[in-house]
Design a protein around this ligand. Structure first.
Ligand code: CTP
Ligand code: ZN
Length: 148
């Protein structure tokens, strides 16, 4: 396997579905932060066949876990401090998610009016369905856009 060095402080996001790490990079806003990031794609995995891994060297408070759970709650979040894993976090689906995903309904008030918060609400926990708080449009993984 391609070898990328260990990180000193930050997160190792493991067991990401193969091919999803680039989307995750933008969803986490890592393109706008001053973190050092290593993206490993198509790594061989016993459990998953193939997987992606994101290594993010940053301040630990600098990452929004809610986003991770919505994108894929099977991701393992390893928290690293002083070069060691200090925690493996469980991801829980947040009840509401603010200003991460945009509603794609062109008639939604958030598409028409500027400056409103973009809010999605967990409508069905079992099916992991989120809906826009304003128009109930379903959040879809495929067409997601990041609020800038
Ligand atoms: N890692 C890292 N920097 C560190 C410590 C760990 O980049 N300072 C990375 C390892 O390279 C590995 C991941 O964090 O990709 C998880 O490490 P570890 O828990 O030791 O591996 P596994 O036991 O394989 O994890 P799991 O049981 O979750 O599959
Ligand atoms: Zn809407």
């Amino acid at each position: 396997m391609l070898n990328v060095g260990k990180i000193e402080e930050g997160f190792v996001l493991d067991h990401i579905q193969a091919g999803k790490s680039l989307t995750l990079y933008y969803n986490l806003g890592l393109d706008k932060k001053d973190c050092t990031v290593a993206m490993i794609m198509n790594a061989k995995s016993g459990k998953m066949g193939k997987k992606d891994i994101l290594k993010v060297e940053c301040d630990i408070d600098d990452l929004n876990m809610d986003i991770l759970a919505v994108v894929d709650h099977n991701i393992t979040v390893n928290v690293v401090k002083d070069g060691e894993i200090v925690e493996k976090k469980e991801l829980v689906l947040p009840k509401e998610i603010h200003n991460v995903f945009k509603c794609k309904n062109p008639r939604c008030i958030t598409s028409i009016e500027q400056g409103l918060p973009h809010i999605f609400v967990l409508a069905d926990e079992k099916k992991e369905v989120y809906r826009c708080k304003y128009c109930e449009e379903k959040y879809s993984q495929r067409v997601k856009t990041v609020v800038q």
